[in-house]
Design a protein around this ligand. Structure first.
Ligand SMILES: *Cc1c(COP(=O)(O)O)cnc(C)c1O
Length: 469
């Protein structure tokens, strides 16, 4: 084939009108078209596809771009606080609070009593302190920011050593490595003990004139078994007090209730326990087991918390009003329910509710789903699932669950998974034991109908009759 002339490349305008895409802003579409044509121009020898083919290529590209917009998905992975899928869903009351705060003005930094400037988040901070049994509390954007602020604020040039066990120099999720956070905060790592064993004497031996604080980090997504030892919190707290050093703990998940009472999972350390055991400062994420929005909670001694609030970095890390609205509703739900006579965890926090759903209930839903899927060109059956908390919590605990297993007759499992992922709404499941599986524990029952429609649409190209698409 002879090289085509660059002048034969269709104009952007002509392609735009042929594409006629309205779902994403025109300028975004235009940029994609330009980029595509630029790529085309760079091919040697220049080969220009027929106009229809070019339009089809662009359509594929734009559909993928449109799909990458933030949008709701159905999480059928069985991982409840799935970091890639937005961690914990908010409770209905928290979601309503976000909506209300978003739509108008609020007393975010305004004191309605005096008519003067008020402190952002003052109410939710005091509510959090009460809930966590600590003197004071404050908030920043996420757990990593909380730890960075604490370290930066407590480390001084002449006192910059942070004593931490070698067993706790972990990486949590993508891009969060404890040694790196320490370094960027101006701290010097004073690692002690060994990977599996660190004693109180190791801590004692490392304390010197340059020590800034003792740091304990919850291993979260990583666990050790066997010849393992680390000192109890109370011993560390006493040692820190003896040397007038702060004892700081990064707890990660913010389990305000004992999750081992809700589901067959290991006990996850709770902020209140650390405070009771004498920790001076504790930080954790608000969007893991707490079930709130993305935020980093810092609790502990008033004198230290006040220092964090005054730190110039604090202003750069402060939470937005939508976060405060969501967190306020979430924290109040805990305070209401823990004050009730049976002191049950709040029923409307989705991540806690999903942990507690009985397998029999999931089986009933799976049964109904099989009936609704019976006509499809596939083999469907009920399987057993192993749900996980996610978000780095209890990595070795599996909650018994129920899956719907699907084997399409005429397309591969990978193809089926991709089509469901690219559907509307996108459905995320997993392939295991020669089937595509949907774990129902992480799917709210209110999404069952949508899930069924999505599967029908994928296997039939048409939704079943009588169902809303
Ligand atoms: C999850 C986690 C973090 C990071 O929190 P983000 O809110 O994701 O920034 C930090 N430390 C520990 C121990 C964690 O488990």
């Amino acid at each position: 084939m002879n090289a085509a002339s660059p002048r034969a490349i269709p104009s952007v305008d002509k392609l735009l009108s042929a594409l006629d895409v309205t779902a994403i802003p025109r300028s975004v579409v235009t940029r994609s078209v330009r980029e595509h044509l630029d790529e085309l121009r760079r091919t040697t020898p220049l080969e220009i596809p027929p106009f229809d083919v070019l339009v089809a290529q662009l359509r594929t590209k734009l559909t993928a771009l449109q799909r990458s917009r933030l949008q709701p998905v159905i999480n059928a992975t069985g991982i409840l606080a799935h970091t890639n899928l937005g961690r914990s869903p908010l409770s209905p009351s928290a979601a309503t609070a976000v909506y209300d705060a978003a739509r108008g003005y609020s007393n975010l930094e305004f004191d309605l009593e005096s008519g003067e400037r008020g402190r952002r988040g003052a109410y939710v901070e005091s509510a959090l302190a009460l809930l966590c049994e600590s003197e004071d509390a404050t908030l920043v954007n996420n757990g990593a920011a909380a730890l960075a602020l604490i370290l930066r604020n407590l480390v001084r040039p002449a006192r910059n050593e942070v004593v931490i066990s070698r067993g706790e120099l972990v990486q949590i999720g993508g891009g969060f490595r404890i040694p790196d956070i320490l370094e960027t905060s101006g701290a010097r790592l004073r690692e002690i003990g060994t990977t599996n064993r660190t004693t109180l004497d190791d801590y004692r031996g490392a304390i010197g004139e340059r020590t800034a604080l003792l740091l304990k980090v919850h291993r979260s997504n990583f666990f050790m078994e066997g010849f393992v030892e680390s000192p109890a919190h109370a011993g560390l707290a006493a040692l820190a007090r003896e040397h007038s050093l702060p004892f700081v703990e990064d707890l990660g998940s913010g389990a305000l209730v004992d999750i081992a009472t809700l589901a067959p999972v290991n006990h996850e350390p709770q902020p209140q326990e650390s405070i009771r055991a004498g920790a001076d400062v504790v930080c954790f994420s608000a969007d893991k087991l707490l079930g709130g929005p993305q935020a980093g909670v810092i609790i502990g001694r008033t004198s230290l918390i006040q220092g964090f609030r005054r730190d110039p970095l604090f202003r750069a890390l402060r939470c937005d009003k939508l976060i405060i609205a969501a967190l306020q509703a979430t924290v109040e739900a805990y305070l209401h329910s823990l004050a009730s006579r049976d002191s049950k965890p709040p029923g409307d926090i989705p991540v806690l509710a999903m942990m507690q759903i009985p397998v029999s209930e999931l089986e009933q839903r799976a049964d109904r789903m099989l009936t609704a899927l019976a006509s499809l060109p596939s083999k469907c059956e009920i399987g057993t699932g192993r749900s996980q908390v996610g978000g780095g919590v209890c990595p070795r605990s599996f909650i018994p669950s129920v899956t719907v297993r699907i084997r399409p007759n005429s397309i591969s499992l990978d193809d089926f998974a991709a089509r469901l992922r690219r559907g509307a709404p996108p459905v995320i499941g997993f392939i295991s034991e020669d089937s595509f599986q949907l774990d129902l524990r992480s799917v709210p029952p209110s999404q069952d109908a949508e899930l069924i429609s999505a599967i029908h649409a994928t296997l039939m190209k048409e939704p079943p009759e009588g169902r809303d698409p």
